[in-house]
Design a protein around this ligand. Structure first.
Ligand code: ASP
Length: 429
């Protein structure tokens, strides 16, 4: 993927570790030591908030700029090909059901372990920071808003569901236009090659971008911020790991008959990217590339299922919301009861559909879940302190969920090239 003699995975891993150490040291220097005002301000204002913050932001922006053109062009390519033979309706149905199913399993696991471990039983309500409640989207609006009234506005706003709907309509229309449409289709296929090249170009700055993002985070927060919330934090992490290694692995093995170890080995750079950026949206270009080129999923399936997954499928977010709801209920001494659990499962699945693929979005829709079971949204202040690190881990799980379902659906439709999937020589390139 890059010309360096080191694989993208190695580069990102190196960037993450050095970023973490560098950020940790900067945090210690600015908070734990008495440096002169000049030096502290140089580190804080110039280095961390200035240079590193800007480089991280430029990197995220460069990734985001790829998303709309990539999804649009790739999806039109996937749907306009008359020889494609991909049944979009069936693929869509299977994908949608599997996305909802995996999210429902995720939140159920979260509630189960949230009740078993009782992370909020001894939580002190007074330690919370205040949290500004933002309005969660209304359910009916979530559906209405899928259909764009203006495709250019949808693209300008980066509204992925709308872009998906428009791209499919355009792709299908190109296919229905016969010979005349073929010319347009060819143009889109050429553009697809160019956009994929653009993804590679942006990946060249990935190591330095990742280093900056992680360094800023740890320079600001240090390592000690988990503190009182350790029980909540580790419960979420435990369920995230369980879901990734249990549910998703079972799905790959039983339904997809695919080797989960090969899957994870090839997904490594994507997982690290998700972790570093805390955004499934920003990671989407890399997810598409790896799923198509390394896991062997045909563009016809991946171009539809991956962006859809990044938009509506958030297993990791649902897990955080499940554990957070249990935690907050325990902290307030409220029994959720059976109806409460079912309500949380249903709302967390719907909230996952409405959660934007950007850092911290899961906290906003958590307000909706809490509201449904009568818990105060302000209680989010109790857990917000550790959310950034959890956001990074849950984003990686969100992305793994998207890629897992994509592979399973592609395999079931005969659109997964088993030879490419099994070829471990392309694992780390
Ligand atoms: N950051 C998550 C994502 O992009 C969403 C969230 O849970 O906040 O997938």
């Amino acid at each position: 993927m890059t010309n360096s003699k080191y694989s993208l995975t190695t580069q990102i891993l190196f960037a993450m570790v050095t970023g973490l150490l560098f950020g940790g040291v900067m945090h210690y220097l600015t908070t734990g030591m008495t440096l002169g005002m000049g030096l502290t301000s140089f580190i804080q204002d110039f280095l961390v908030d200035g240079v590193l913050y800007s480089v991280g932001k430029i990197f995220i922006n460069s990734l985001k700029l790829l998303v709309v053109p990539l999804v649009f062009i790739s999806l039109v390519c996937g749907t306009c090909n008359p020889a494609g033979g991909a049944n979009l309706g069936r693929i869509g149905g299977k994908t949608f059901c599997l996305y909802l199913f995996t999210t429902a399993v995720a939140v159920t696991l979260a509630l189960f372990f949230g009740e078993l471990i009782q992370p909020g039983a001894e939580a002190s309500l007074s330690t919370g920071m205040s949290y500004q409640v933002k309005e969660a989207p209304m359910l009916k609006d979530v559906f209405i808003k899928i259909f764009p009234s203006n495709p250019f506005k949808a693209m300008a706003e980066g509204n992925m569901l709308q872009v998906i709907v428009f791209s499919i309509l355009l792709g299908v229309s190109i296919r229905l236009s016969g010979e005349k449409g073929e010319h347009v289709a060819n143009t889109f296929h050429r553009w697809n090659v160019v956009i994929m090249k653009l993804v590679e170009v942006v990946m060249l700055i990935a190591p330095i971008g990742v280093f900056s993002l992680i360094a800023v985070l740890f320079a600001q927060k240090g390592f000690g911020f988990i503190g009182d919330l350790a029980k909540y934090f580790f419960t979420v992490v435990f369920v995230l790991l369980l879901h990734a290694t249990g549910t998703l692995t079972l799905l790959l093995t039983l339904l997809g008959k695919l080797n989960p170890i090969t899957f994870v080995a090839k997904m490594r750079p994507v997982i690290m990217f998700g972790f570093s950026t805390a955004s499934s949206g920003a990671t989407l270009p890399l997810t598409m590339k790896v799923v198509e080129e390394k896991l062997g999923v045909d563009n016809k399936v991946a171009s539809f299922t991956v962006p859809l997954g990044a938009t509506i499928n958030m297993d990791g977010t649902a897990i955080m919301q499940g554990v957070a709801t249990a935690f907050i209920a325990q902290a307030y001494g409220i029994e959720l009861g059976m109806v409460g659990y079912l309500t949380v499962i249903l709302t967390a699945v719907l909230a996952s559909v409405g959660t934007a693929a950007v850092p911290g979005a899961g906290m906003i829709t958590l307000a909706m879940v809490l509201g449904q079971v009568g818990l105060p949204a302000e209680a989010i202040g109790l857990i917000i302190g550790v959310d950034r690190l959890l956001d990074m881990i849950r984003t990686a799980v969100n992305i793994m969920g998207d890629a897992t379902v994509t592979c399973v659906v592609a395999k079931s439709e005969g659109h997964l090239d088993q030879a490419v999937f099994d070829d471990t020589s392309i694992t780390n390139s």
